[in-house]
Ligand binder design. Structure first.
Ligand code: GRF
Length: 218
């Protein structure tokens, strides 16, 4: 089977990117990362990608007068690569409607909360402030509203009474690194797809997200 083509967008440390690269290197994913794009020149993930021989691009959003022009600059790099999936991995810019519509059903994100809870920033602190016992992360196809769109997999992480936002984030991140490659694999293997607006797994409607818990997917 042909390798799937991936493009990964990052803004920072790129630990999820690293998990995806490891999944490719260990042959869990039959895929090739055609490019990594960062809006931040200092993103650590760029160095890691380059050290793996992956083409990297910096598109600094501050150099563009509008969101639409920034998005178009990214599309000009992405489209010739014909990606099967565009992966947001710690990409910290809101994308415009045109970009989202252009990559509909092949644009995926990981968000550090149990969506629809805690869209936006500071999700770990919000879970602690609300005295949640269970927190987590979600992989979802990108919809037009912030942190919206059908969720494929979630992971649950218990909150401990002594947790700070940092300790909780660190434990959630470990699980993110497991569920993101899983969701990507389901997409590129054709197990997850859209029928109209409905998300399907193995040709059956996925009425609720898959759950990764205690090292098992249910
Ligand atoms: C992760 O929690 C991710 O879910 C969020 O940004 C954080 C950093 O990700 N969107 P990474 O280490 O840059 O992959």
């Amino acid at each position: 089977m042909n390798k799937a083509s991936l493009v990964v967008l990052i803004s920072g440390s790129g630990s999820n990117l690293q998990a995806i690269i490891e999944a490719i290197n260990s042959k869990q994913l039959n895929a090739e990362i055609k490019a990594v794009i960062s809006n931040q020149v200092s993103a650590k993930g760029l160095d890691h990608a380059a050290s793996e021989g992956i083409t990297t691009h910096v598109i600094d959003h501050k150099l563009y007068p509008s969101r639409a022009l920034f998005d178009q600059a990214m599309m000009q790099i992405i489209d010739p690569l014909k990606p099967d999936l565009v992966i947001l991995a710690g990409f910290m810019r809101i994308l415009g409607d045109e970009f989202i519509a252009h990559y509909q059903h092949r644009l995926i994100n990981i968000h550090p909360s149990l969506l629809p809870k805690y869209k936006g920033l500071n999700t770990h602190q919000k879970a602690i402030d609300n005295k949640d016992q269970i927190h987590g992360a979600s992989v979802h196809y990108v919809g037009h509203e912030l942190d919206s769109g059908p969720v494929v997999i979630q992971t649950e992480v218990p909150v401990q009474t002594i947790d700070s936002a940092e300790t909780l984030a660190a434990r959630v991140l470990i699980e993110e690194h497991k569920i993101y490659p899983m969701a990507i694999k389901m997409h590129i293997d054709g197990r997850i797809k859209f029928k109209g607006k409905q998300l399907q797994l193995d040709d059956q409607a996925l009425t609720k997200p898959l759950l990764w818990k205690n090292d098992q997917l249910t």
